[in-house]
Design a protein around this ligand. Structure first.
Ligand code: ATP
Length: 424
């Protein structure tokens, strides 16, 4: 077995080294702990000399006592048990650079049916590595004194790192858990690896299983992709392998949206706001496609608003080219459109006069409000209720079009129009 103690010490930052050393001390001290291993992405990233992310530890033995002791030594709050025998150590209040830590009891996982959540049982380290997604993520390095730094690598992940390839551990992997298809795309692009040919065949055969995933799980995977710096390449590959269509038949990145995303990528200006990014990605989809996607993602309301907002804007946007349009009419059209969709239109839409109108709305018109408020109307004896809202809206429109230019004129207008509203 190769020994990677060098990676644990000289190659990792002081914050990681501190955690690894504490693990060694605790593992040596606790009688009910037979082994502690750093597993998964950290091992992969240390071998690749990349900045590792959160630390995942696998404990053979009593992970509850181990994680409690580790949190206490780190000065963190007691760990929380997130799932069966999985403990999270919140390191957010510790010195900057301290990674988040997840401690699991070494386990086996079985899938009762495709895409179901796994059934978990306490197991050996070997079983714990076999339940993982790819060989490059199925390595462990011992943190116990007796075999400190020993690499445990039953699937030859080290060899696959050297060959730069993403390889699943068994033929049923993507059927068991189709989220691994998203993961294969993410790792291959992020690490610059190819997806090994059998793994690629298995993806093609099991792509239909993405359908079995809940909206929340699909959304989670999609969000992880959105957070990656090489998002555009990931989207392109997802489209090529049919992953986007497997999420929802209408989900595609149109040619214009792809061109815009590529330009943004080159100029390092991919929107950090997720709603805005989604609106750009989904630019050009038709109403049915948009509705299907929103239903599939079952997402937070801002996701749906951006996607549907694009379609709503596309329906009404041509009117904005009319030169005679009043500011109040611009506002009437654009008030119900989310800002993310307008911004996406400005980036990806055609160079027509409507762009000036949208800009004018975003920069100025949307902020125009009457000087008078509901209180002023109450003082004039106007009863609270829907009539008040309508009067204030009417005043706002008049102000936008320059028909009233002072507080007094606003009040006069509201009072003069009250009888008409009361009789309607
Ligand atoms: P990242 O840098 O993306 O966080 P990571 O490898 O740390 O990479 P995590 O999602 O944090 O990824 O998962 C930690 C480890 O848990 C993985 O390395 C892998 O071994 C295992 N794992 C995570 N998700 C799955 C999955 N869906 N199927 C099998 N194993 C998984």
């Amino acid at each position: 077995m190769p020994n990677l103690s060098q990676l644990l010490t000289s190659k990792s930052s002081t914050e990681y080294q501190r955690v690894f050393n504490m693990c060694r001390e605790i593992s040596d001290q606790l009688d009910n702990v037979d082994g502690v291993y750093v597993v998964g992405g950290v091992v992969r990233d240390l071998i690749l000399d990349r900045q590792p992310g959160d630390i995942d530890l696998s404990v053979v033995g009593d992970a509850a006592s181990f994680s409690k002791e580790l949190s206490s030594r780190l000065g963190a709050a007691p760990p929380s048990e997130s799932q069966f025998q999985t403990f999270k150590i919140d390191t957010s209040d510790l010195p900057a650079g301290t990674p988040a830590i997840d401690v699991v009891t070494a386990r086996s996982e079985t899938y009762a049916e495709p895409a179901a959540l796994p059934e978990v049982a306490i197991g050996t380290l070997d079983q714990d590595l076999k339940r993982r997604d790819f060989s490059v993520n199925a390595m462990a390095v011992s943190l116990s004194s007796s075999d400190w730094g020993t690499l445990v690598d039953p699937a030859n992940g080290f060899g696959d790192i050297m060959r730069k390839r993403i390889k699943v551990l068994h033929d049923g992997s993507f059927v068991d858990d189709p989220t691994r298809i998203f993961r294969a795309v993410r790792y291959s692009v992020r690490l610059g690896f190819t997806i090994e040919s059998r793994t690629s065949d298995l993806i093609s055969k099991s792509i239909g299983n993405v359908d079995h995933l809940s909206g929340a799980r699909v959304r989670n995977e999609f969000e992880l992709m959105l957070a990656e710096t090489q998002l555009v390449d990931m989207l392109r590959i997802s489209e090529e392998i049919g992953l986007l269509a497997a999420i929802s038949p209408g989900l595609r990145i149109g040619a214009k949206a792809m061109q815009v995303l590529e330009e943004m990528n080159e100029s390092d200006s991919i929107p950090s706001d997720k709603s805005e990014l989604l609106a750009v990605m989904m630019f050009g989809l038709n109403e049915d496609e948009a509705a299907q996607i929103v239903e599939r993602f079952q997402g937070p309301s801002n996701w749906g608003e951006s996607i549907i907002g694009n379609v709503d804007l596309a329906k009404h946007v041509a009117v904005l080219d009319q030169p005679s349009l009043l500011p109040s009419e611009v506002v009437e059209i654009l008030d119900s459109i989310p800002e993310s969709s307008m911004r996406a239109y400005l980036i990806a839409g055609p160079p027509l006069p409507r762009r000036d109108r949208i800009n004018q709305y975003l920069e100025k018109l949307q902020f125009v409000k009457p000087e008078i408020t509901g209180n002023d109307l109450i003082q004039e004896g106007i009863p609270e209720g829907p009539v008040m809202g309508k009067l204030l809206e009417l005043v706002r429109r008049a102000k936008l079009d320059g028909q009233v230019t002072s507080r007094e004129e606003e009040l006069e207008l509201a009072k003069s129009r009250l009888p008409g509203f009361l009789t309607n």
